[in-house]
Design a protein around this ligand. Structure first.
Ligand code: MG
Length: 280
């Protein structure tokens, strides 16, 4: 694969993502896929999907797991509802994440990713150790599929994420770096964070955001690529510095309206192509 192929975060029947047709029309060569709903994770649907993306000239680079009931409105809701951290959802979601990994294998995809949830500090309440244990379980399962597991960044600092990966002891646990999330959740200056976790970055999101007035207390917000506080040129320069050559996957959390997606994603593609020409 060429260096830094452009990608988009795509969805067929679940979550927010670009429609495959929009990716194709924009000439984007790669996609990450939001895992489809359970009913669509059959052998037949996998074969159908593989044929469709092959016909469209798209390469699938990563499958993202997500779960019903996840809410990102404020930090307390993230803690209670997102990923494998909340105890009441953990067992069922862990099983589902492993099913998603198996579906990704049917799609011949060797990388799966998720928002693990708000990883607690390593303290004496036992939750940190429980989250380590469940992460090992999913990583072991992915390993039998020949897959890596990528943690989406955002709800923890770079130092917290490094400690967590180290403590897990998993050799197939990596990072999907999302610079905007660090700003939106107020967890650190993203370019500096990227330098710290660089050795673990195996996939990235190109997304932009603006800081809140009170980082850590209230959330910032997502904005179109190039209009926020990430600084896309510095972001790509840092990716170059850490030796990342994988896809630049545009993620834009707007409704699936093809005309709007085409305009906004098209603008982001142009921006990244200009920066690639300048830097790459
Ligand atoms: Mg993201």
């Amino acid at each position: 694969m060429e260096k830094w192929p452009i990608g988009v975060f795509a969805s067929i029947d679940a979550g927010l993502g670009v429609k495959l047709e929009v990716a194709q029309e924009l000439g984007v060569p790669t996609i990450q896929l939001h895992a489809p709903a359970k009913a669509s994770r059959s052998d037949a649907k996998a074969a159908e999907f593989l044929k469709k993306i092959a016909d469209m000239g798209l390469t699938l680079t990563c499958v993202f797991g997500g779960f019903e009931g996840e809410t990102y409105g404020e930090m307390s809701l993230v803690e209670k509802t997102v990923g494998l951290v909340p105890p009441e959802f953990r067992y069922a979601r862990t099983q589902e994440m492993m099913e998603i990994a198996d579906f990704a294998k049917k799609l011949q995809c060797d990388a799966v990713a998720l928002h693990l949830g708000y990883i607690p500090e390593d303290g004496d309440n036992g939750l940190y150790d429980e989250v380590i244990a469940v992460t090992r379980e999913v990583c072991d399962h992915c390993k039998t599929n020949g897959q890596t597991l990528h943690l989406e960044t955002g709800q923890e600092t770079a130092d917290g994420l490094l400690k967590f990966i180290h403590d897990s002891g998993c050799d197939n646990l990596f990072v999907n770096f999302d610079p905007a999330n660090m700003i939106i959740y107020g967890t650190g200056e993203p370019i500096e964070a990227l330098g710290k976790v660089g050795q673990y970055v195996r996939s990235v999101h190109c997304k932009d955001g603006v800081w809140s007035d009170a980082p850590g207390k209230t959330f910032g917000r997502e904005v179109p690529l190039g209009e926020g506080d990430v600084g896309m040129e510095n972001y790509l320069r840092k990716l170059e510095e850490i030796g990342y050559t994988g896809p630049l996957t545009i993620e834009r959390e707007i409704p699936q309206e093809p005309a709007r997606q085409k305009a906004e994603i098209g603008h982001a593609v142009n921006l990244l192509n200009d920066l690639k020409a300048k830097i790459g």
